[in-house]
Design a protein around this ligand. Structure first.
Ligand code: CMC
Length: 422
C-alpha cells in the first residue's frame, strides 16, 4: 500500500492526497491545491531541497554513510583521495581507476604563479587564511576560461580535478604567508596529505618526511569531513551552482558559508572556550553559565544529529593516536570533563545535545601545530570533494535555479512623501 497524506483546504473543502515517497512529499502537489500559499520554513528545518544519492544520514540513530559505505569502515580502511573518488563517481575505484585518479590529482597541485605572487601576496600581513582561501578560490575562475563549460563533461572533469588538487596548495600558501614563511611548491612524490604537510611545515630540508601517524590522522579527519549532505556550505554550493555559475565561484561561496562560527568555525570556538575555562575546576561553573542561556557549549548540538555524532566517536579515538606522538593537549582533560558532565545533565539530555565533529577535532589540530585560524581551512580542503559531488549531481538532475518564495510582512502600499514634507 502506498503511504500518503491528505490535505484539506478548509476554505473550500477541497482535498488532495499526496504520496509519501522516500520519506518526502512533493511540494509541487501541494501547490496544485494551494497556489500562492507557501510553506514557511526559515532555516529549511523541514524542507528537503533535493533528492540526493551521495550521503545517508540518520541523526536519531547516529548513522553516516557515503554512497552506502559506513563512515566507520571508510575511516578505518580508506584514504581521503579514494573517498573523494567515491563521492564523485558513486563507486569505489578499481586499482587502475585509482592510480589514474591519484596521478591526475597529483599533477594538478601547482597553482599559477600569479595566484601566489600577485594575488595572495597582496593581502595584508595578518589576513585570516580562510578569507584568503575564499578569495583565491574565486580568483581561480579567471585563470581557467574553460570553467564556464559546465555541461562539457571533459571541461567539468578538469575543474573538479583542479579544485581538489589545488585546495591544499592554496591553503598551505595562505598559512605560509600569514606566518611570514616562503611558499613551498608541491612535491609530487608525496601522497595527498603528506604533500599538504610538506607545503605547510617544510623549512630547509631537501624532502619533508611527515610523521606517518600524524599524516594518517589528518587523512582520517579529511575522510570524516569530506561530505555531510545538505549542510550550510553544501547548500550554498548548490544554490550558487543552480545559477550555472562556474565551479570556482560556487566553491568560493561554499567556502564563505563554511567560514562562520556556526559551521566550519566551530572547532576554533571550542578551543577558545576551553582556553577560557582554563581548568577542570571551572567546568561546573561554565556548565551553569551554558544552562542559564548566557553562552553555548561549543562543539555540542547539531541540527540533524540527536545522538552522538559518529564522526566525533572516530575523532576521539584518532586523538589518542595523535597525542601519543605530540604529547597530550592540556585542554583535553577540560573537554573530557565537559562531556562527562553534559552527558549526564538533564539540560543536555532533554535537548539531545551531544558532542559533534568539532568538539575534539580542534584539539587534534592544535596538538599538530595548526594555528586556530587554520581550522576552517582544514575543513574546506576535504569538503571540496563533497561540494563538487553535490554540484555535479545537481547539474545532472537538470535542476531549476534556486529561488525560494517569501511570506511578505512589510507595510501595505503607501505614497511617497517628499523629503521636505517628512
Ligand atoms: N549549547 C547549549 N544549548 C544549546 C546548544 C549548545 N551548543 N545547541 C543547542 N542548544 C539548545 C538551544 O538553546 C535550544 O534550547 P531551547 O529549546 O531551550 O531554546 C535547543 O538546544 C535547540 O537549539 P537550536 O539552536 O534550535 O538548534 P539548531 O538545530 O538550530 O542549531 C547548532 C544547531 C549546531 C547551530 C547548535 O547546536 C549550536 O549552536 N551548537 C554550537 C556550535 C557548534 O558546535 N557548531 C558545529 C556544528 S557541527 C559542524 C558543522 O555542521 O559545521
Amino acid at each position: 500500500m502506498t503511504e500518503s497524506i491528505t490535505i484539506t483546504d478548509n476554505r473550500t473543502g477541497e482535498s488532495i492526497e499526496i504520496p509519501i515517497i522516500n520519506g518526502g512529499v512533493a511540494a509541487s502537489e501541494w501547490a496544485k491545491l494551494l497556489p500562492g500559499i507557501w510553506f514557511l520554513d526559515p532555516g529549511f528545518l523541514s524542507t528537503a531541497a533535493c533528492e540526493s544519492a551521495i550521503t545517508y544520514l540518520d541523526g536519531e540513530a547516529g548513522i553516516l554513510r557515503y554512497r552506502g559505505y559506513p563512515i566507520e569502515q571508510l575511516a578505518e580502511k580508506s584514504t581521503y583521495l579514494e573517498v573523494a573518488y567515491l563521492l564523485l563517481h558513486g563507486e569505489l575505484p578499481t586499482p587502475s581507476q585509482f592510480e589514474a585518479w591519484r596521478h591526475e590529482i597529483t599533477y594538478h597541485t601547482f597553482i599559477h604563479e600569479n595566484v601566489r605572487k600577485r594575488f595572495l601576496e597582496g593581502f595584508h600581513y595578518d589576513a585570516h587564511p580562510m578569507g584568503m582561501l575564499v578569495s583565491a578560490v574565486a580568483a581561480l575562475s579567471t585563470f581557467y576560461l574553460d570553467a564556464k563549460g559546465i555541461f562539457d563533461p571533459e571541461a567539468r572533469r578538469r575543474q573538479i580535478i583542479r579544485l581538489i588538487a589545488k585546495m591544499p596548495t592554496l591553503a598551505a600558501a595562505a598559512h605560509r604567508f600569514s606566518v611570514g614563511m616562503p611558499f613551498v611548491y608541491p612535491d609530487n612524490s608525496l601522497d595527498f596529505t603528506s604533500n599538504f604537510l610538506s607545503m605547510l611545515w617544510k623549512v630547509a630540508e631537501p624532502r619533508f618526511e611527515a610523521n606517518p601517524v600524524l599524516a594518517r590522522a589528518l587523512d582520517v579527519l579529511f575522510i570524516l569531513h569530506a561530505d555531510h549532505e545538505q549542510n550550510c556550505s553544501t547548500t550554498a554550493m548548490r544554490v550558487v551552482g543552480s545559477s550555472h555559475a562556474d565551479p570556482y565561484s560556487a566553491t568560493a561561496a561554499a567556502c564563505a558559508a563554511l567560514y562562520g562560527p556556526r559551521h566550519g568555525g566551530a572547532n576554533e570556538a571550542v578551543i577558545r572556550m576551553l582556553m577560557e575555562i582554563k581548568s577542570i575546576e571551572n567546568v561546573p561553573a561554565y556548565i551553569a553559565e551554558v544552562k542559564s542561556g548566557a553562552v553555548r557549549l561549543q562543539g555540542f548540538g547539531h541540527r540533524v544529529y540527536k545522538s552522538y555524532d559518529p564522526r566525533a566517536k572516530i575523532i576521539k579515538r584518532t586523538a589518542d593516536d595523535v597525542f601519543a606522538v605530540t604529547g597530550k593537549n592540556p585542554l583535553l582533560d577540560i573537554a573530557l570533563k565537559l562531556e562527562e558532565i553534559a552527558l549526564s545533565d538533564e539540560f543536555f539530555i532533554s535537548r539531545k545535545l551531544y558532542p559533534n565533529v568539532d568538539f575534539y577535532s580542534g584539539l587534534i589540530y592544535q596538538a599538530m601545530g595548526f594555528p586556530l585560524q587554520m581550522f576552517p581551512v582544514l575543513f574546506a580542503i576535504p569538503r571540496t570533494a563533497g561540494w563538487l559531488a553535490h554540484w555535479q549531481e545537481m547539474l545532472d538532475q537538470d535542476s531549476k535555479i534556486a529561488r525560494p518564495r517569501q511570506v511578505y510582512i512589510g507595510p501595505d502600499k503607501r505614497d511617497y512623501v517628499p523629503l521636505e514634507a517628512r
